[in-house]
Design a protein around this ligand. Structure first.
Ligand code: NAP
Ligand code: GDD
Length: 350
């Protein structure tokens, strides 16, 4: 039987890495769009990569950017995917207030570029391609919890506004051209691979470094915001399941449990027997011009139709991230201590 082929934008990100792993395990050939950068940006997928000359290689990377429609068309031609997962984004909400135009260009117009490229490529090739669009619970913004597929969007950041536009484009291409485009509305999902400036990873990384004497203080913003936090490894399975359905649809993916940033902080510090009061300070620099106070997902539709439910709960997620960051901090400590010993030895020879 012919191998299925998937193309992932944002393959170098947190979700892209878990999704690649998952699809490779399912026997897919996986193609990924990688941005050119002055230093390597593939750390999260390096373990999966094999030289393309290896006959066993099933992961292929292509340079591309959601800002560059011509390049996207070329990648689509080369990869000839059955499924496209659009995960690429400037995904940091706070940064979107500093770079609103850029965020809109990638998060909203980037989707339009991709859908247009796909529409043409399907017409020319006569093949059907299924598309996953990475929507976000941020689109609900100020809407009262719990939020579900029918909840009205009330976006509170340039990022969220752009994701609402992207959601609209996806729905429009479904209705106008009969394209199979599924909108995932995913609530926050984290992991040891989470970017270091998102609040969960910022906390687990800092706590581990504090434990090993590598830093003393941690500065955070709003501690009262509540999020429905799940594990990224679970959530990518829901993305795939959406593309295996007979019809494209919209799905909320969430755990149905929310915690405040303060609670995440307390759980993390408790794992390491540390007291947040001794180390954590609030810095208004991290407040947002407009905050999203409470995200809590009602994921009944995904449970019923996709038969998806999360396997990792809040406490297990915290523990997983702390263990990983503690190991990283140990490595950092070891290198630092070795450096000190070398410096002392060098002084001894003066
Ligand atoms: P992430 O770790 O920030 O990864 C974003 C990915 O997009 C990276 O591979 C990044 O490449 C790539 N990218 C950035 N700008 C691009 C551009 N101009 N063209 C092509 N690719 C570009 O995000 P994530 O947490 O994996 O999230 C994946 C998707 O789900 C995003 O669309 C995000 O907005 C959405 N989402 C995430 C969550 C969550 O809680 N994680 C929840 C809901 C929705 P570099 O590695 O080169 O930067
Ligand atoms: N990043 C960050 N840094 N957030 C902080 C800090 C801090 O120092 N202190 C408090 N927070 C609060 C934020 O104000 C927000 O209310 C909450 O912690 C979570 O912030 P992030 O971890 O940055 O995530 P997010 O909820 O804004 O956005 C993430 O989830 C969305 C889904 O709801 C991102 O992954 C988005 O791409 C995603 O769409």
């Amino acid at each position: 039987m012919k191998r299925k082929r998937a193309l992932i934008t944002g393959i170098t990100g947190q979700d892209g890495s878990y999704l690649s792993e998952f699809l490779l395990t399912k026997g897919y050939e996986v193609h990924g769009v990688v941005r050119r950068s002055s230093s390597f940006n593939t750390a999260r997928i390096d373990a999966l990569y094999r030289d393309p000359h290896d006959p066993e290689a099933r992961l292929f990377l292509h340079y591309g950017d959601l800002a560059d429609g011509t390049g996207l068309r070329r990648v689509l031609e080369l990869a000839a995917p059955d499924e496209v997962y659009n995960l690429g984004a400037q995904s940091h909400v706070r940064v979107s207030f500093d770079q609103p135009e850029y965020t809109a260009d990638i998060v909203a117009t980037g989707v339009l570029r991709l859908l247009e490229a796909l529409r043409d490529s399907m017409r020319v090739s006569g093949r059907t391609v299924r598309v996953y669009q990475a929507g976000s619970s941020e689109m609900f913004g100020a809407a009262a919890p719990p939020q579900h597929e029918g909840t009205r969007f009330h976006p509170r950041s340039p990022y969220a506004v752009a994701k609402v536009a992207a959601h609209g484009y996806a729905t429009n291409y479904r209705e106008a051209y009969g394209m199979f485009v599924a909108n995932g509305i995913l609530f926050n999902h984290e992991s040891p691979r989470r970017g270091e400036t998102f609040v969960t990873r910022k906390i687990t990384r800092a706590a581990a470094r504090i434990k090993l004497g590598l830093q003393r203080r941690l500065f955070l913003g709003n501690l009262e915001a509540r999020r429905d936090w799940g594990f990224a490894g679970d959530y990518v399975e829901a993305m795939w399941a959406m593309l295996q359905q007979p019809e494209p649809d919209d799905y909320v993916v969430a755990t149905g449990v929310s915690h405040s940033v303060r609670e995440f902080l307390a759980a993390t510090f408790a794992c390491l027997d540390l007291d947040p009061a001794e180390h954590v300070e609030v810095d208004p620099k991290y407040f947002r011009p407009a905050e999203v106070d409470h995200l809590l997902g009602d994921g009944r539709k995904a449970r019923e139709k996709l038969e998806w439910s999360p396997k990792v709960d809040f406490q297990a997620l915290v523990q997983m991230m702390v263990s990983y960051d503690l190991e990283l901090a140990r490595q950092e400590r070891t290198l630092l201590d070795a450096g000190h010993r070398l410096a002392e030895a060098a002084h001894g020879h003066d």
